[in-house]
Write a protein of this length. Sequence first.
Length: 237
Amino acid sequence: MNEGMAVFLNMDMDKPEENEALIRRIDRFLLEQRIRYSGIRNLYRPMDERERDHRIYAACRALRGADWLKGSLAYVSILHQTNACPLEQIRLDRMSEPSPGKLKYYEDFYQSSRCLAHGIVVDEEGQLRDGYTSYIVARKYGIWPEVYEAFAGEPLRKIVRGRHVAPDGDGWKIKCRKIYSWGYDLRRAVVPGDILEVMTKRGQDFIRVDKIDYVTGQDFCQEHFGTKRHTGKRMES
């Protein structure tokens, strides 16, 4: 994870010389952050792979805080390799079998959606770090899942992304279309469609999970509010 970053700009196509000068300045600026231009489109990579988690985080913050980029920087996308290790080479050392109830919850989701609830995370040696249930379901049904790499020495956190919802009779209704993210550290299984109670700047609220991701690195793992509880309820898309 955090293998690279893509920088997107708001550029006036009628000013090619100014655009080129801005891109060169960004290249120099990111080099100071130990991030090098890859030579491909708008993609950049850390100069030291072992430092990538901190370097990518610091570079994103530096770009967003640069006054000379105000109005020109559209957004920065963090890039993750999704084929870090072949499924058959993933090591299961020190892993405990998931409970039958948890495995059934994930398998039921796959059977209804034909999608895994989330990907798999391994360390640099191919040791499984998270996503054991996804691994089992993928092996059973012959699926090629997304497999991410997170260094063994770095923290790893599951992230749920979703929209705020409110009770509506016997169901739920979406309150806004904007998607937010929270850390998910609960033991209970979670899949897209689940309703969670979360912490926000304004207190507690409910969300419908749209997607489940991971973040790694001390900086990224500290960015998100936590999930308070799993309600045990669902809202289908």
